[in-house]
Design a protein around this ligand. Structure first.
Ligand code: SF4
Length: 407
């Protein structure tokens, strides 16, 4: 019989709950000098919005994104001319900056373009709903199995040359399903559903596997978060059943802009990451692409998947607050935001003990009117007048040898 233990346990004796995210095991897929999957940190990516024919503009856009932490940059190639321009973009990056892992987005009936760009980029993204594009027939009432298979055969023939090219060059492919552009045959067979999205991806994966090509990354984006969540979860289940371990690229399409765009992306991407699903992410905002990168990093940092900035733990303040918390947090942040890796707590008081600070490395805590206490972990180190608080916090970090001067 199970016995209940005394709930009045100290932190030391509390049973250790597993708070780490167990990431789904995936195969490593190299994209230029970055690896997606295989236990590597979740990769951040975005897409420039310059016209790919504008070589100098595109090079500048790629560089801008890469310099702020975007690890893989996507460009669109609507025509052969755009595809050829990628050769110049790649060369200019090499001459004026450094190689940046590039992905080319190929859409409608894009075999020829895909074969061209496969020579220049590290990964080609195709959309199964558009790669072999059959115009939907408005008067259609059914899709026979024979018709379904006939197009399936055409897809195989059209995909093969691209797969062989990428396979032989050791490059990657993203099979990027989009809920809004499922092929008519999938819509008729599986409906406008996560199942249709998953089957669409699996059809392409199986063709790749039959040619012994497995440098694949899969995405199943939708603009509705519940649809996107269901599609990725179903994909994971189907891949597990089939013994497939392809990494997943997460994103919510057309998330919009501003606060809601960020929250919507976080709801979709963050939920899956918390379940261990996802190897690379893109937050799609209707804003300059540079704005997407901090959101990606905030999602990853908040889940403990990457540490790219100082983690500030701060209470919301209340009637007990002994100083202007917003102002102090701002001052502490201004002084310490370059100390990536540290956790710093700023608390109005310690109402429930130092554990409230979520075990931050350092704490700045209101103690009595005009005085604050500085903590190292759970230990109070000293009390100082409020106006010396930030300075003394810096001194404490320096004394511990954990300070570096800002660049
Ligand atoms: S830590 Fe203290 S000041 Fe901050 S919200 Fe809680 S009770 Fe209020």
């Amino acid at each position: 019989m199970q016995t209940l233990s005394n709930p009045q346990t100290t932190p030391e004796t509390t049973p250790a709950f597993d708070t780490t995210i167990h990431r789904r095991q995936t195969r490593p897929v190299p994209v230029g000098n970055v690896t997606i999957g295989g236990g590597h940190p979740v990769v951040v990516q975005s897409m420039i919005n310059e016209d790919t024919l504008d070589v100098e503009g595109s090079v500048a856009g790629i560089r801008r994104l890469h310099e702020i932490g975007c690890e893989i940059v996507r460009v669109t190639v609507p025509s052969m001319a755009h595809g050829r321009a990628l050769a110049d973009i790649k060369a200019r990056l090499q001459e004026t900056y450094q190689p940046v892992p590039l992905v080319a987005d190929v859409h409608h009936n894009g075999l020829k373009i895909a074969l061209e760009v496969a020579k220049h980029v590290d990964k080609v993204r195709i959309n199964p709903g558009l790669y072999v594009f059959e115009k939907p027939k408005p008067d259609r009432t059914e899709y026979t199995e024979a018709e379904f298979n006939e197009i399936g055969q055409k897809i195989r023939e059209t995909l093969e040359p691209l797969v062989i090219s990428l396979r032989d060059q050791g490059k990657a492919m993203r099979i990027g399903v989009n809920h809004g552009s499922l092929a008519e045959r999938m819509l008729f067979t599986y409906g406008d559903t996560p199942e249709g999205m998953v089957e669409s991806a699996l059809e392409f994966i199986k063709i790749c596997e039959s040619l012994d090509y497995r440098n694949l990354i899969i995405s199943l984006k939708a603009s509705r978060v519940p649809v996107m969540l269901a599609a990725y979860r179903l994909m994971v289940k189907r891949m597990d059943d089939l013994g497939m371990d392809y990494p997943l690229h997460l994103g919510v399409t057309e998330a919009g802009d501003g606060e809601y765009g960020r929250i919507k992306s976080t709801a979709g991407i963050g939920t899956l990451l918390a379940e261990g699903i996802g190897d690379t992410i893109r937050v799609s905002l209707t804003e300059p692409p540079e704005k997407e990168i901090p959101v990606c990093y905030s999602i990853l940092q908040s889940l403990g998947l990457r540490k790219t900035m100082v983690e500030y733990v701060a209470c919301p303040s209340c009637g007990r607050t002994l100083f202007n918390l917003e102002e102090v947090l701002e001052k502490v942040r201004a002084a310490t935001s370059h100390l990536t890796g540290l956790d710093i707590a700023v608390m109005g008081c310690i109402v429930n003990g130092p554990g409230e600070m979520a075990d931050a490395d350092y704490g700045y805590v209101g103690k009595q009117a005009g005085y604050i206490a500085l903590y190292r972990g759970r230990e109070e180190i000293k009390r100082v007048p409020e106006e010396k608080g930030v300075e003394e916090l810096i001194n404490l970090i320096k004394a511990d040898g954990r300070w570096v001067d800002p660049e």
